[in-house]
Ligand binder design. Structure first.
Ligand SMILES: [Zn+2]
Length: 187
C-alpha cells in the first residue's frame, strides 16, 4: 500500500478537482470537507488490524480483502454522506454528487494500491469475485507494516516512489485546478 498520507492526499485532490463548494462557504466548512475526503481515502487501511488478529493477508477478510472492495466503498460513501449531509448542503452540493465523490475518493484507495509492488492486490469485486487485482505496471514500492523497515533502503524507496507517482501528479493537478479557476474568474 502507499502510506495513508498519500491516500489522504489523493482523496483531498479529488475533492479539489471537483470543487470545494460555493464561494459563500465558510473556511471552516471548506476545511471540514477537505479533512473528510482525506480521512475517507484512508479508511480501507483500517483493515491492518487484521494482522494483529491473526487473519492471513490472503484471506477475504484480511488486508486488502473485503475492506478494499468497490461494494464496501459504496456502502461507506452512503454512510459518510448521510452523516455529513448538513456540511454538503451548506457547501451547495447535492447529496447524490457528494456520495459519488466520496465513492470515488474511497475507491481511489484501491486504485493506488493496485499500483504497488505487493503480492496481493485489492479484492475489488468481493463478494462476487474473490480475485485480488494488481495493475501490470506497479511502480510504487509497497509501504511496510513494520516500523523497523522504514529505516532501511525499502523505506526510502517507498518515500521516493510515492513522491514521484502520487505527490507530484497530485501537485500538478492542484496547480492546474487553481489555474483553471483563475481563468474562469477572469473570463
Ligand atoms: Zn490499502
Amino acid at each position: 500500500m502507499p502510506t495513508v498520507i498519500s491516500h489522504a492526499l489523493a482523496g483531498a485532490t479529488l475533492l479539489r478537482l471537483a470543487g470545494t463548494g460555493t464561494a459563500s462557504a465558510s473556511r471552516a466548512d471548506g476545511l471540514k470537507v477537505l479533512l473528510l475526503c482525506a480521512a475517507a481515502a484512508m479508511l480501507p487501511d483500517l483493515d491492518v488490524v487484521t494482522f494483529k488478529l491473526g487473519i492471513p493477508y490472503a484471506s477475504p477478510w484480511g488486508h486488502r480483502g473485503v475492506s478494499h472492495s468497490l461494494l464496501l466503498a459504496l456502502l461507506a460513501a452512503l454512510l459518510l454522506t448521510a452523516c455529513s449531509r448538513g456540511l454538503w448542503r451548506r457547501l451547495g452540493w447535492s447529496l447524490h454528487s457528494a456520495c459519488l465523490l466520496l465513492f470515488a475518493v474511497i475507491a481511489s484507495h484501491a486504485g493506488l494500491d493496485m499500483l504497488t509492488d505487493a503480492t496481493h492486490g485489492p479484492a475489488l469485486f468481493m463478494p462476487f469475485d474473490m480475485q485480488r487485482y494488481l495493475l501490470p505496471w506497479r511502480p510504487i514500492e509497497g509501504a511496510p507494516i513494520s516500523p523497523r523497515l522504514w529505516l532501511t533502503a525499502k523505506g526510502w524507496r517507498v518515500v521516493y516512489t510515492e513522491l514521484l507517482y502520487v505527490w507530484l501528479p497530485c501537485l500538478m493537478l492542484w496547480l492546474l485546478r487553481v489555474r483553471f479557476a483563475r481563468r474562469k474568474e477572469q473570463a
